[in-house]
Write a protein that binds this ligand. Sequence first.
Ligand SMILES: [Zn+2]
Length: 123
Amino acid sequence: MKISAINRNTLDLLLEMGRGSHPREFAALLSSNNGVITDVNLIPGTIGGEASASVPFEMVPLHLGIVGSAHSHPNGVIRPSDADIRFFAVSGSCHIIVGYPYGPDDWQSFYADGTPVGLKVIA
Ligand SMILES: [Zn+2]
């Protein structure tokens, strides 16, 4: 399934989660409906640290239809790290990073290889 868009409410929630966990990171998994990212799945046991966040994949219910991930960069640099790209490779095809100060434009989506990709925001 090609992911082409994200719901406005879902994006707002991700930015809010970034604000709420600052100065720590959060990480979550994303699921979609007809190519549109509609849901944020908080996984039990997700660890937020100042330098990294990790998701225990054995805790991910497979029926969630995970298409990618989202996490925050409290340092405001919206670019995947090498560790992020290793994480992207095992967690779907569409990945969102939100960064400090978590305003409406403080995010970017990426393919699993770390290439930026445009995502439409729909109401
Ligand atoms: Zn990162």
